[in-house]
Design a protein around this ligand. Sequence first.
Ligand code: SF4
Length: 168
Amino acid sequence: MTKLPDLTSDCASCAALCCLALAFDKGGDFAIDKPAGLPCPNLDAGLGCTLYNRLEAEGFRGCAAYECKGAGQRVVQELFKGRDWLKHPDLAEPMMAAFAAMRQVHDGIELLETARTLDLPGALEAERQALLRAYLPAEWTLESLAAFSTSGAPVRLKAFLPRLRDWV
Ligand code: SF4
């Protein structure tokens, strides 16, 4: 089976995809409103966060708590060869789409890996492994990622998880 990806964020290997792609509402977790697809005004010219060491103090508790589960750096490095949307604005849309899809993939991998720690009977364990293979292809492309949400794997995972109730 393909090696598991890193499931924790590595912002230094990303291109601030969460700071571009995600929307947030002004309130207890965010000091400003930001729509999806608009770069956060707190980004610097190198796509670093100017508030990085004081996010909570500046009212961005939501940013401090956010975890992309490794989807951001994977999209940037594996699918876009380290390029970024600031130097290549035409990449913003495909990068955001790939980020959303990869986030779904990594969420699924995390759940399936958590299920690995349960003492599942053989048939369920075989299903878990089969599902994990669907989430761990040898390679992702923009096309295969775009097709993932309708590939059947997310629906299979959704049906699989409640069946683990007796082993949790
Ligand atoms: S405040 Fe910093 S971490 Fe949060 S979205 Fe803006 S640039 Fe990103």
